[in-house]
Ligand binder design. Structure first.
Ligand SMILES: NC(=O)c1ccc[n+]([C@@H]2O[C@H](COP(=O)([O-])OP(=O)(O)OC[C@H]3O[C@@H](n4cnc5c(N)ncnc54)[C@H](O)[C@@H]3O)[C@@H](O)[C@H]2O)c1
Length: 314
């Protein structure tokens, strides 16, 4: 399996410059292309400033900054930018037609085994790959912003993406770029933005019906939900609440709001029947056997205290 060492990025905006920097920090040779020279100059300035910031925060060594920057070549010629690439990452605006046009052109210049990745946040990979001859080489890499510091990259597998493409990109992101990955199916919005969109839709409804304010929605996340989900995720958190409580709450919400989305799922009813209620019975969505309720409960409190200390909220 050919290793990825030469990466070309198309679009040097918010995501493109940050992805170029991440790949250079991962010891790759990087070429960065944009349609405007002014943007390339700005991107270089931003990369330098990001690296200074990382060095001041002791994440990288000051002495490595120049070496990282030297690995990035700014290009204003698309063909020249991608012709040696093992991996091309497109980071242009969220416009299906534009993305298709770029990949159609890029495919003419790259070698047989070059992987073509898009950073789209919501567009199905298969919709973009319709434009190219070999859709098996196309994949989604949904990086988070800023990509040089946030750990997750969502890998999106298009209908035609080959196993080999998934394997190579996963190895590149995890082993070389030291990222955490999830592989998602080709649905609009993937996982991160589908969940984010659901939260925003509900929050907007609550605001527009005059029930709450933008500020109070933000506060519920910064002071509670964000903290709890950070530590436990939405499902593990249910094990701490007690699945029987969650079940009854879901029935109440779905009935009073007349909204099927809040109805308890079948798997939850099954858990209740099997008395798998979470940490209080030693098993819920996850398994806690070998640990007592007190141990789990205290572990949760200690984790919350530690995080509140880090956030200066205690
Ligand atoms: N902004 C975010 O937080 C974020 C997070 C994850 C993913 N994304 C996705 O990343 C992609 C890029 O978003 P962004 O926020 O970096 O946008 P941006 O507007 O900051 O950057 C886009 C860049 O593409 C360049 N460009 C436009 N047409 C081009 C062309 N034909 N060839 C080469 N370059 C061209 C522009 O000059 C610009 O510099 C989008 O698909 C977006 O959905 C964005």
């Amino acid at each position: 399996m050919k290793k990825i060492t030469q990466v070309s990025i198309i679009g040097a905006g918010l995501m493109g410059h940050g992805i170029a920097q991440t790949c250079a920090q991962a010891n790759c040779n990087v070429t960065l292309y944009d349609i405007k020279d002014k943007i390339l100059k700005e991107a270089l300035k931003r990369i330098k400033s990001n690296l200074e910031l990382l060095a001041n925060e002791n994440i990288i060594d000051h002495q490595d900054i120049d070496k990282i920057i030297l690995r990035i070549k700014m290009m204003n010629d698309l063909k020249k930018c991608v012709k040696e690439a093992d991996l091309v990452i497109e980071a242009v605006p969220e416009d299906l037609k534009l993305k298709r046009k770029i990949f159609r052109e890029v495919e003419k210049y790259v070698s047989e085994d070059t992987i073509l990745a898009t950073t789209t946040s919501v567009i199905r990979i298969s919709d973009i790959s319709e434009a190219i001859e070999k859709p098996e080489r196309m994949i989604g890499t949904h990086w988070m912003n800023p990509p040089f510091i946030l750990p997750l990259v969502e890998i999106v597998r298009g209908t035609h993406t080959s196993d080999n493409t998934v394997k190579r990109i996963k190895e590149f992101l995890e082993d070389k770029c030291k990222k955490k990955t999830i592989v998602c199916r080709d649905i609009p919005g993937f996982l991160v933005n589908r969940m984010a969109a659901a939260v925003l839709a509900e929050a907007t409804k609550l605001i527009e019906t005059g029930i709450t304010t933008i500020e109070d929605i933000d506060k519920t996340w910064t002071e509670h939900l964000g903290l709890i989900y950070l530590l436990f995720g939405p499902f593990r958190n249910l094990d701490y609440i007690g699945l029987d409580i969650v079940y009854l709450a879901s029935i109440y919400l779905s009935k009073t709001l007349k909204d099927e989305r809040f109805k308890p799922p079948k798997w939850l009813a099954d858990k209740i029947r099997m008395n798998q209620l979470g940490i209080k019975t030693g098993k819920g969505i996850y398994n806690y056997q070998g640990k007592t309720f007190e141990e789990m409960y205290n572990e949760r409190i200690k984790k919350i205290i530690k995080t509140l200390h880090i956030l200066n909220k205690l």
